[in-house]
Design a protein around this ligand. Structure first.
Ligand SMILES: Nc1ccn([C@@H]2O[C@H](COP(=O)(O)O)[C@@H](O)[C@H]2O)c(=O)n1
Ligand SMILES: C[C@@]1(CO)OP(=O)(O)OP(=O)(O)OC[C@H]1O
Length: 160
């Protein structure tokens, strides 16, 4: 891989159900009536982010490294998935430069948690908080039963 800059893109979606904790970017969301149905902890931000990191270097996706058919990964903390994906990026001598992420969720309002999510994601990636853009959208009632996340990441080549 020779390009000094590479773009990665990732998406994730989970159906929401009662009795589950909604965690986004490693931040538990208070007042969420429902949380994700998932094989792992279902953190859609970290899943989409990990996929974005991998896609930027054409390294596949998290389902290849963490198949949801493998009981060994049941309930896995998504921070581990992200750390593993970041380690692969570093092995190829790249590092994240900045991140833009969009969460689509009808309820609850996430605006008050924007800084917490940005800070947590930045810490996980070794970035400044100002390098993590966090946007929220409702689906306008079109998809009230799921959470959807889309992420772009810019990767920069680093010295070996
Ligand atoms: N779960 C959400 C969804 C949206 N917001 C904020 O609401 C504003 C309007 O969103 P629209 O989808 O109607 O365009 C926007 O400022 C979002 O940041 C939110 O806080 N939590
Ligand atoms: C993370 C994995 C593995 O535990 O499962 P889920 O938590 O269901 O998440 P998803 O984003 O649907 O796919 C990746 C899976 O392999």
């Amino acid at each position: 891989m020779t390009l000094p800059l590479r773009i990665g893109y990732g998406e994730d979606a989970h159906r929401l159900a009662e009795g589950r904790t909604l965690v986004l970017g490693g931040v538990p969301i208070p007042h969420a009536e429902r949380g994700p149905i998932a094989h792992s902890d279902g953190d859609a931000v970290l899943h989409a982010l990990a996929d974005a990191l991998l896609s930027g270097l054409a390294l596949g996706d998290i389902g290849q490294y963490y198949p949801d058919t493998d009981s060994a990964h049941a309930g896995v903390d998504s921070r581990v998935i992200l750390e593993d994906s970041l380690a692969l990026v570093r092995e190829w001598k790249y590092a994240p430069a900045n991140v833009a992420l969009v969460v689509t969720l009808d309820r609850p309002k996430l605006g008050p948690l924007r800084a917490d999510i940005a800070r947590n994601v930045a810490t996980l990636l070794g970035l400044a908080e100002t390098e993590v853009g966090v946007s929220f959208k409702t689906s306008e009632g079109l998809a009230p039963d799921h959470v959807q996340v889309r992420v772009t990441v810019l990767l920069r080549q680093v010295e070996g």
